[in-house]
Design a protein around this ligand. Structure first.
Ligand code: SF4
Length: 666
């Protein structure tokens, strides 16, 4: 097991960048000792030179180091020449990348013009018709030879012109051939890319970058880990481009991207990143920079006890076994804890920020889907009857003095626990960290079944320290539920969203965590308000509790461990998009956001959309000017519906399937 672990990063306890070979993209190299490069993609029509140049300039001014532009056909590929000329004339030497799907002839033209060409092995020479094909080894090898013939001319041109290639596998657009042999798996994604890499290497071409994107952060993380392992097996070390596809926009898009990309960056993996949001690309850049900058001084972190053997399988998701204690752990959904230890609860309305709405007329509480499960009050009291079922945590000494302990439970330090006289007979919370997990404590925990652990950390490499604690618990067969607690100081709410998504997301993706808790915070939002590239999509005057509560539910959803709202899989749009994707996604969201168990995809074009919309329940896909094709899963249900009627038609479709519920008026 130890060998497997070592092949996907340098260390799980000591931060260091996983070193890949240096590849030049124009004058800006990546991999090797270079910093993590930031990139994004234009969403203009590539034939509109002026708009594409101006958007590229805005992206570069925001901090983009490479700019990708779609080239769906020969015409767009040829127009890259004009775009490049205009950019150079205006003093912008930024390396350009042509994005290719289905059109080798466009790739061969673009490779003579731009610094890098991105090909998708799922559709460069293969087709996707959702067919299952039986291949013998012989017929499979014949197909590989066909791919070699189609791909070789591009490699030769890239070699001649000094152009790099990104071989970018997408979980949603694996070819029928790969799906038939390897299934819809991270392994299939890896093999799909490596088939193309082997062709490059046979032609002595090594200027290669690889990516393994998925709209599901769990699949994406596993695919990159597996790719590194397979590359090491075949003595390859190509730089890695990280991204979560079709992440959507706004807060959810940022959270989903940070869960996937951040998890890998924590282990030193990744040479360039693109955050794909359904927004103008210049708004993606600050998110990507914030993700990458967090690791600039990470190698100075406090030491973490090294590990000899990893007790989990990092390539397959399995949640850690825990016993249920009063609705926490076991098969219960991860709990969300709201921290009111520094902000007093004076009135019913104070609980609105965490999802509890009080109706004075009926004297009843209504609960939102994203309502916190537990509140922590420290030494504060609540002066009215709290919603029934809402558990309250108090500090141990304060709890001891309470007259009425019904739904109240104590939080103990390890010292209090080891010397305690009185505990709750139902539920107790124990604050621990890696260093406090002594033999004595392990022994005592094994004899208690009413203890929920609260894992804290002060380490700057905190995720790794908390993961190390989970390994220690697994190794010692400790099955108490664990709530992961983090505290953040002096950061903005934008940074909080990204950091917390990384810190909690990375643990949840490995199956760790029966709950999430962020210590009481206020955000320093005044520092970032003037940055014109940071998009404000939430009210910055909302309380920290509200920001934290919403982010925590978003993280649980992105890690796919607790679904509390409709999931939108929206492509970031590009030059192929045939309608205003941002506006349409917003319109669909407004009408469907209460359908909590549905995944709805909004995709800009019929060429890539159906393949990329992954496991969506319904798809809204642009199929012509003002024309939308509606899908139920992978099946077309209505073709070429006029755009003005398409949202109503989508809702009718959901209703006719019996998947519609009326919105809760509260
Ligand atoms: S699905 Fe969206 S981002 Fe992908 S090619 Fe089509 S329009 Fe462009």
């Amino acid at each position: 097991m130890i060998e497997k672990m070592k092949t996907y990063c340098n260390s799980l306890t000591e931060y260091s960048r996983y070193k890949t070979r240096e590849v030049f993209v124009g004058e800006v190299p990546l991999g090797g000792n270079n910093p993590v490069r930031i990139q994004s993609m234009t969403i203009t029509d590539t034939m509109d030179t002026k708009a594409t140049v101006e958007q590229t300039i805005r992206m570069v001014d925001a901090g983009c180091e490479y700019v990708r532009i779609t080239a769906p056909s020969m015409n767009e590929a040829k127009n890259l020449e004009n775009i490049k000329y205009e950019l150079r004339k205006r003093g912008y030497p930024v390396p350009l990348i042509a994005d290719i799907h289905f059109t080798p002839n466009a790739a061969e033209v673009a490779a003579r013009i731009v610094e890098k060409v991105r090909v998708n092995p799922g559709n460069y020479a293969d087709k996707k018709k959702f067919e299952s094909i039986d291949y013998s080894d012989e017929s499979y090898n014949i197909e590989l030879e066909r791919i070699r013939e189609k791909f070789t001319p591009l490699v030769k041109i890239c070699k001649e012109y000094g152009t790099a290639i990104r071989i970018g596998a997408n979980h949603g657009s694996l070819s029928d051939r790969i799906m038939s042999r390897y299934g819809d798996t991270p392994f299939g994604m890896v093999e799909s890319a490596l088939e193309f890499v082997r062709i490059c290497e046979d032609l002595n071409f090594y200027e290669i970058v690889l990516s393994m994107k998925s709209s599901n952060p769990q699949v994406m993380v596993q695919a990159y880990r597996l790719l590194i392992q397979k590359m090491e097996d075949e003595e390859m070390n190509y730089p890695l481009h990280l991204g979560v596809t079709e992440a959507g926009g706004g807060e959810d898009g940022r959270i989903k991207s940070a869960v996937g990309i951040g998890t890998l960056l924590e282990d030193g993996i990744g040479d360039t990143i693109r955050v794909s949001l359904t927004e103008d690309p210049e708004f993606e850049v600050p998110v990507a920079i914030s993700l990458a900058d967090r690791y600039k001084n990470r190698d100075n972190h406090e030491p973490i006890k090294p590990i000899d053997e990893i007790p989990i399988d990092p390539f397959n998701y399995k949640s850690r076994t825990s016993v249920a204690v009063s609705g926490i752990g076991g098969s219960n959904l991860p709990n969300v804890i709201a921290d009111f230890s520094l902000r007093k609860i004076n009135a019913h309305k104070d609980l609105k920020d965490i999802g509890y709405i009080y109706d004075e007329i009926t004297d009843k509480w209504n609960m939102e889907d994203a309502a916190a499960d537990i509140i922590y009050l420290g030494k504060n009291e609540i002066k009215f009857d709290s919603p029934s079922g809402l558990k309250i945590i108090f500090d141990y000494d304060f709890w001891l003095e309470l007259n009425e302990k019904k739904e109240s439970f104590p939080l103990l330090t390890t010292e209090q626990y080891l010397s305690e006289k009185e505990l709750s007979s139902k539920l107790n919370f124990l604050l621990i960290d890696l260093n406090s997990l002594t033999e004595n404590l392990i022994k005592k925990l094994k004899s208690e079944d009413k203890i929920v652990l609260v894992a804290k950390t002060k380490n700057t490499h905190g995720m790794a320290e908390q993961r190390r604690l989970f390994f220690e618990l697994v190794d010692n067969d400790i099955v108490n539920p664990v709530i992961v607690k983090r505290e953040y100081e002096n950061i903005s709410s934008d940074q909080f969203r990204i950091y917390s998504s990384t810190d909690f997301g990375a643990l949840l993706i490995d199956g760790f965590g029966d709950g999430v808790w962020v210590g009481n915070n206020d955000f320093s939002d005044n520092n970032t308000n003037n940055n014109k590239h940071i998009k404000r999509f939430v009210n910055t005057r909302e309380s920290a509790q509200k920001t934290i509560n919403r982010a925590l539910f978003g993280i649980l959803q992105a890690a796919r461990v607790r679904i509390s709202k409709t999931e939108y899989i929206a492509c970031p749009s590009c030059g192929r998009t045939l309608f205003d994707l941002q506006e349409t996604t917003e319109m669909i969201r407004k009408r469907t956001e209460h359908l909590k168990n549905l995944k709805i995809a909004v995709m800009g074009c019929i060429v890539n959309g159906p393949g990329e919309m992954a496991d969506a329940d319904y798809g809204y896909v642009g199929s012509g000017v003002d024309k939308i094709t509606l899908y139920k899963e992978k099946e077309i249900v209505k073709r070429n519906v006029p755009a003005s009627e398409a949202v109503d038609e989508l809702i009718e479709l959901i209703k006719s399937d019996g998947n519609w519920v009326e919105r809760n008026k509260n």
